[in-house]
Design a protein around this ligand. Structure first.
Ligand code: TYM
Length: 334
């Protein structure tokens, strides 16, 4: 029965151009899991403003991201797809959880350290408490499982710690969520420097495949991808560039490492890179077409935004009221 399903929650930031890493590390898994869970997929626009945004651009990107979720195969009738800023419970719970999170815990977060190095002129308090808002996102929906890429694992651990701390004081209020990492693609690396993750904020556009890149650009970027010395297509620690490309190919084709190594046995890097590029085009082209088609239907997207915000608000408010009561806020008079 639908209401006995476990709960899945995940989200993406509506910032920058989404990359193949976002798709293979997160979105693809969301799609494969969505039948088995009661799912909440959030466009986390509130997290986005921890870095300065152009307002018109943020609004447009947020809508494009919501459309992408649907285009990727998440059915908005069955899954709740919504904007974080449309559900005020996120920010309200985040405030409460801020009071149960230690400065030392937040100071240890690697994403905070990276982002404050990158945006040294704007190390705002929101950037610091970013993981608390993320914890609030997840805990508000009593999520059992949170599919993410490896880079979000530290935030997930913190979410669990905050939830356990709160439950330790007030009893069983929050479900303790588990992270879900896909078997392949949980950490897609830069095409130009395989020691770094592929990131939408990378300044070198050749380092990332953007989900909206056209086929020629995709093929060109793969042709230019950094490989390793030698010429063998083999998965190994001393071949990080080739191993990353093998991972991408595995994720797009479903093939195993052995199958990939066999397929390119005796062939050079050139053939291999072209095949990886083509496999990515095969995945992204239909996705882009579906985005373009869906974007035309303004009324449909608007109705999804409205209905799903209502659903999300309803569920979020239940947890929020429980938490408010536990911490001692006065009851509402009806
Ligand atoms: P964000 O927007 O940076 O990334 C969205 C998802 O994509 C994954 N990802 C990757 N996976 C594999 N390889 C890569 N190179 C790669 N780059 C990104 C991320 O791990 C993530 O799953 N804080 C989150 C958004 C968020 C969230 C949440 C996620 C806010 N609240 C609640 C889950 C649950 C973030 O910035 O992800």
């Amino acid at each position: 029965m639908a209401d006995e399903k476990k709960v899945l929650f995940s989200g993406m930031q509506a910032t920058g151009n989404l990359t193949l890493g976002n798709y293979l590390g997160a979105l693809k898994n969301w799609v494969s899991m969505n039948e088995d869970y009661e799912c909440y997929y959030c466009v986390v626009d509130e997290h986005s403003i921890t870095v300065r945004q152009n307002p018109a651009e943020l609004r447009q990107r947020a809508r494009a991201l919501l459309t992408l979720y649907i285009a990727a195969g998440l059915d908005p009738e069955k899954n709740c797809i919504y904007y974080q800023s449309h559900v005020s419970g996120h920010a309200e719970l985040a405030w409460i959880l801020n009071c149960y999170t230690y400065m030392g815990e937040l100071q240890r977060m690697t994403q905070f350290k990276d982002k404050s190095a990158k945006h040294a002129d704007n190390i705002n308090a929101g950037l610091f408490t970013y993981p608390v808002l993320m914890a609030a996102d997840i805990l508000l929906f009593q999520a059992d499982v949170v599919p993410v890429g490896i880079d979000q694992m530290q935030h997930l651990e913190l979410t669990r710690d905050i939830a356990q701390r709160f439950n330790g004081i007030y009893g069983d209020v929050f479900k303790i969520p588990e992270a879900y990492l896909g078997k392949v693609g949980a950490k897609i690396m830069s095409l130009q420097d395989p020691s770094k993750k592929m990131s939408k904020s990378d300044e070198n556009p050749n380092a990332s495949i953007y989900l909206m890149d056209d086929p020629d650009t995709i093929i060109r970027k793969f042709k230019r991808a950094v490989t390793d010395s030698g010429s063998e297509v083999r998965y190994s620690e001393d071949k990080p560039g080739v191993s990353n490309l093998i991972d991408i190919y595995r994720a797009t084709t479903g093939k195993s490492v052995e199958e990939v190594e066999k397929e390119f046995d005796g062939k050079g890097y050139g053939d291999f890179k072209l095949a990886v590029g083509e496999s990515v085009v095969d995945v992204l082209k239909p996705l882009q077409e579906r985005v373009a088609e869906l974007s035309k239907d303004k009324t449909y997207i608007d109705s999804i935004i409205k209905n799903n915000a209502e659903r999300a608000n309803y569920v979020a408010t239940k947890t929020l009221r429980k938490v408010q009561k536990k911490v001692g806020f006065p009851e509402r008079i009806r």
